[in-house]
Design a protein around this ligand. Structure first.
Ligand SMILES: NC(=O)c1ccc[n+]([C@@H]2O[C@H](COP(=O)([O-])OP(=O)(O)OC[C@H]3O[C@@H](n4cnc5c(N)ncnc54)[C@H](O)[C@@H]3O)[C@@H](O)[C@H]2O)c1
Length: 333
């Protein structure tokens, strides 16, 4: 079913307010869930709200966290998220990284004691909207087998980057480092379809085409994605002093235990490498050249990361947002 964006915002915010989240924080979480639901990432939108609410009830996510900033030097801040909602901690971490980069050219924020922060492209887009390049690395609990391994060890460990383009949309790449998301396996299961054998492994560590048997995903791009997933765990976890790999507290098991996740934010201010104008002009010319590349058979055009999502978002903001009946029932309950 479709609901208006205003209703979506009202329902989601009210749910969070009911669980003692402040008005400001509820507004931030609502905006980031809306970002996911309006840009074709429903796996990270309101679908996850019941889970966040359960954790707020169990206090493994604090409704009113007290974030602590440890400013190590001019460019590095360590941020203790105090087990708050991951969206809030990540939004403030990105604000801090942007503010540092504004003054110093580079801003680095290492986060610990946070929780699931949703579609991390949102934070990359924040930097792009300030005419800066933003990179975010986020660890997650074990779901992906290491290249050549039989069992899940690494998380889907997403990487996102954003950059201004000089066009009417920022560039935003936002990808997990698994071959596909677990959500895509679930969708094929619901449709009764088989899946390609290179998506996942069964409990014997053997490649399977039965979506019901998948207990671990394969890494994106084989050994290359596996290596990137390790990089994510190093930057977001090892540097921040949090658990890594399969020692990370799972999202869905014991809801009474805080997850103590780590995250890493890097913002680069192009105006320290030349002028902001020259950077944006070069980006605009790169984007135009890419868009001008001849499409392969089966493609209508060559798209820029974030371009299609931007069009989808415009449509949703004008015409309303698609949610499931079950989600609607939850929101109005
Ligand atoms: N917070 C967490 O712990 C966590 C963990 C895992 C995943 N996630 C989120 O899951 C979401 C989905 O990740 P995913 O790996 O399934 O994404 P995906 O495979 O759908 O890839 C999405 C990216 O690919 C780009 N893309 C897709 N088609 C394109 C095209 N035709 N041309 C150019 N670019 C194109 C898009 O710009 C987009 O940034 C992300 O938002 C990610 O942040 C979050």
């Amino acid at each position: 079913m479709k609901i208006s964006v205003d209703d979506y915002k009202k329902f989601v915010t009210n749910k969070l307010l009911e669980h003692d989240v402040t008005e400001e924080h509820a507004g931030i979480v609502t905006e980031i869930l809306l970002y996911a639901d309006s840009r074709g990432i429903p796996s990270h939108g309101v679908l996850r709200l019941p889970h966040y609410i359960e954790r707020l009830k169990h206090q493994s996510i604090k409704s009113n966290p007290s974030l602590q900033y440890n400013r190590i030097n001019d460019v590095i801040t360590q941020l203790n998220g105090d087990d708050g909602l991951g969206h809030i901690v990540a939004k403030y971490a990105m604000d801090e990284a942007i503010s540092i980069a504004h003054k110093k050219g580079i801003g680095v924020v290492s986060v610990h004691k946070t929780s699931h922060s949703g579609a991390v492209g949102y934070y990359a887009k924040m930097a792009a909207e300030k005419n800066m390049i933003g990179l975010i690395f986020t660890q997650a609990d074990a779901l992906v087998a290491p290249y050549g391994g039989k069992e899940a060890y690494l998380g889907a460990n997403p990487i996102a980057f954003g950059s201004p383009t000089g066009k009417d949309f920022p560039m935003v790449l936002d990808i997990s480092t698994s071959k596909v998301s677990f959500g895509k396996v679930m969708i094929e299961k619901e449709k009764g379809n088989k899946i390609p054998k290179d998506w996942g492994l069964n409990d014997q560590g053997v490649a399977t085409d039965n979506p019901s048997d998948v207990v671990a995903l394969q890494p994106m791009g084989g050994a290359k994605g596996y290596g990137l997933a390790i990089l994510v765990d190093i930057l977001s976890g090892v540097l921040a002093g949090t658990n890594t790999g399969r020692d990370i507290e799972p999202m869905y098991k014991d809801l009474t235990k805080p997850r103590n996740l780590g995250q890493f934010f890097l913002v680069i201010n192009p105006s320290f490498f030349g002028t902001s104008e020259s950077f944006i002009n070069s980006m605009a010319s790169m984007v135009s050249s890419l868009q001008g590349c001849a499409p392969q058979e089966g493609f209508d055009k060559v798209s820029i990361p974030g371009e299609r999502a931007n069009l989808k978002e415009k449509d949703v903001l004008e015409n309303g947002i698609e949610i499931t009946d079950e989600q609607y029932e939850f929101l109005i309950s």
